[in-house]
Every structure is written in structure tokens, then in C-alpha cells.
Design a protein around this ligand. Structure first.
Ligand code: MG
Length: 369
């Protein structure tokens, strides 16, 4: 089997309402997604998607994916998509770095590999585990009341696990964290996600003023070095998200005991091939994972849910569905909120989700052998 065509679509995804991270530092009202279809000489096709969370969240941007695929296409055409490691190595040789560019092609290869094996994707990523995958909401930054209003809305959709964005000035953040903590109901969880907004001194001040709150605090500072500086001086359980981009980052996180939780976002680390390796290493190191992606339609989320579904329950913490924030989702099938704040990997072969081609418009690039 060989890849004979790579077709690429750009898709604007309007949000149902504008989203703010870190005290409004990052605010946007739409996402720019890239959908990729791989066609093979044996008739199987696979779908992939790459969608950074705007351009200011990570060293990644939507047009970079499309330009990068143009570079990668000659190296990928003609390869057997079932040989996911071989395809990945060819991409690394053709374009070192730029991991997020490789993720949509890698995802489409895994979709084809699983269809070809006659399995749902999760069964190729370690095997389906029992139990549903818990979802977390994503609560945009705002005043305490605004945060609480968003949490109330998420509760109506079944969510019992909330990721609340803090990271403004320290005094307000202390108030916000106490306010939200006090309003959690039994069985509910909240993580305070700072999205790198605090300086180390601010993080230490905010966290040492709230030691009575035993909630996970996520990505307090810009870099892993700053995080480690803070880690030594506070007692809260911690999560690292944006600072985990490469396998080298993960090795350092493990070596330094930097956190209890990592946010494993498929696109950020370079696709399922790399995320699966990181998942296995986290299991060995006893680190729990939020396995998810940075944005996109149900297509991209479903790939992450397959990896989460194939991860032993004690190690998978929660997953996020970006679609809950979108007013457009032209995807059939895939992982959805079951109404209780949980989801599960589809049972169809491969990814178990595909876009409605008619809704995508014209492809922006078609690479053929
Ligand atoms: Mg985060």
C-alpha cells in the first residue's frame, strides 16, 4: 500500500463566544484549522487535522501547518501509511523540528493503519480499556462571577471536571481560586490553569497564600526552568502543559520530578506517534495525563480520545472536546460528550470520524504522486 495523494483544506472555525486565556492576554473568536486527507492506491483514505489554539498559545500557527505540509509532501508520497514510524522518520529527515506540522499527516496514517488492520484506532494504540473517558471543561478567564457562570453552564452539559483559567494579578487570582474552590460540589474537580502568566515570584506568592487549597495548578510560568524554581517553594500538586513539547522535555520533567500531571496535547508534541511514546513513558514514571489536543473539530479530538481510551484508567485524568466551543463542526461520527461529561472512542474501524466533504469547500492544496 502506498500514499498516492495528499489533499489539504483550510477551515475557519468560529467560536460560540470569544475565549480569553490568562487575564485576557490571549483573546480570540475563531480558530483556523487544517484538514488533511491521505489517499492510497488500495482505496483506503485517512483523515488528519491540525489546529493550534490561535497563534499566540504555542510556537505554532495554522498557516505554518499548510506551508509545512508542502515541504513534507514529496517525502511522504509513495510511502506505506501503515508504517507509521517509517513515515515519521521520513518527515523528520525532510523537515527537522516543526512537530505540529507533522501531526495531521501522522494522524491520517494511523487512521489508515487501523482501518487496514480491521481495528478501531484505540486497539492499535495499546488496546481499548474499560470505562468511559472523563472530559474536562475549559473555563475562560474572567471575574470570579464570570468563571462561576461558565462552570454552571458546563455543569448543565454534565461536566464535573473544570479547567479554570486564572493568571491575572496575584491578589485577584488568590480571590478567584478561593472562590471557585469553595463552590465545588462533592465529586467535582477544578484545576487552576495559569497558562504561563505568572512570573516565578508571583507564582510563589499566589500559591503560598492558598496552601489550604489542594487543587492542581497548571503551567504557572513561561518555562520549565521557572516552573522548577517555583516547584521547590510550593506544596500544591502541579501540572505541566505548554512546557512539554519534546521527548527531551519529558525526560527532564521525569528526572526532576517536576509535576504530578502532564497535559499531553497531540498536535503540540508532533502527532500520535510521538504522543504514544510519551504516554508509555508517563505510565512508567507514574505521571497522570490529560490526553487531548490544542483545538479543532471532532476529527482532531477523536484521535486524542482513542489514545486516552487506550491508556490505563489510573493514568488518564481527563480529555477536552474543543467542539463544545465551536459553532461549526462538519464531522460525522467521532467522540462526543455523552451528556454526563464523559466520552468514549468510536467502535468503527480506524478513527471512526470523517468530515462532510461538501462543507469543506475547495481544497487549498492537492499533492499527487
Ligand atoms: Mg493548559
Amino acid at each position: 500500500m502506498k500514499i498516492t495523494a495528499i489533499d489539504v483544506w483550510a477551515l475557519a472555525l468560529p467560536l460560540t463566544r470569544p475565549y480569553s486565556l490568562s487575564g485576557g492576554r490571549l483573546r480570540f473568536d475563531r480558530l483556523d484549522s487544517t484538514l488533511v486527507r491521505l489517499t492510497t492506491d488500495e482505496g483506503l483514505i485517512g483523515w488528519g487535522e491540525g489546529c493550534p489554539w490561535g497563534s499566540t498559545y504555542l510556537p505554532a500557527f495554522a498557516r505554518g501547518i499548510r506551508a509545512g505540509i508542502e515541504e513534507l509532501a514529496p517525502a511522504v508520497l509513495g510511502l506505506d501509511p501503515r508504517r507509521t514510524d517509517v513515515v515519521y522518520r521520513a518527515m523528520n529527515l525532510a523537515l527537522p523540528g516543526h512537530p505540529y506540522v507533522k501531526s495531521p499527516i501522522d494522524m491520517a496514517c494511523w487512521d489508515i493503519a487501523a482501518q487496514s488492520a480491521g481495528l478501531p484506532l484505540c486497539d492499535l494504540l495499546g488496546g481499548r480499556t474499560d470505562g468511559l473517558v472523563r472530559l474536562h471543561s475549559s473555563i475562560p478567564s474572567g471575574t470570579s462571577d464570570e468563571l462561576m457562570a461558565e462552570i454552571d453552564l458546563a455543569r448543565t452539559e454534565g461536566y464535573t471536571f473544570h479547567s479554570a483559567k486564572v493568571g491575572g494579578d496575584v491578589e485577584s487570582d488568590i480571590d478567584r481560586m478561593r472562590f471557585l474552590d469553595a463552590r465545588m460540589e462533592p465529586g467535582e474537580e477544578v484545576t487552576f490553569d495559569v497558562n504561563r502568566a505568572w512570573l516565578p515570584a508571583e507564582a510563589v506568592a499566589a500559591l503560598n497564600a492558598t496552601t489550604e487549597l489542594h487543587r492542581v495548578v497548571e503551567q504557572p510560568c513561561e518555562t520549565l526552568d521557572q516552573h522548577l524554581q517555583v516547584r521547590r517553594l510550593v506544596s500544591q500538586p502541579m501540572a505541566i502543559d505548554e512546557s512539554l513539547q519534546t521527548m527531551g522535555d519529558l525526560l527532564r520533567i521525569i528526572e526532576t520530578g517536576a509535576c504530578e500531571v502532564v497535559g499531553l496535547k497531540i498536535g503540540r508534541v508532533g502527532g500520535l506517534t510521538v504522543a504514544r511514546r510519551m504516554r508509555d513513558l508517563c505510565i512508567e514514571a507514574g505521571i497522570r495525563m490529560n490526553i487531548e489536543d490544542t483545538g479543532g473539530t471532532t476529527l482532531q479530538a477523536t484521535a486524542a480520545v482513542h489514545l486516552a481510551q487506550a491508556t490505563p484508567e489510573p493514568f488518564r485524568r481527563a480529555t477536552w472536546l474543543c467542539v463544545e466551543h465551536l459553532s461549526l463542526d462538519p464531522v460525522e461520527g467521532g467522540a462526543r460528550n455523552d451528556g454526563t461529561g464523559h466520552t468514549g472512542a468510536p467502535t468503527e474501524l480506524g478513527l471512526g470520524a470523517h468530515p462532510d466533504i461538501a462543507a469543506l469547500g475547495d481544497a487549498v492544496a492537492c499533492h499527487h504522486e
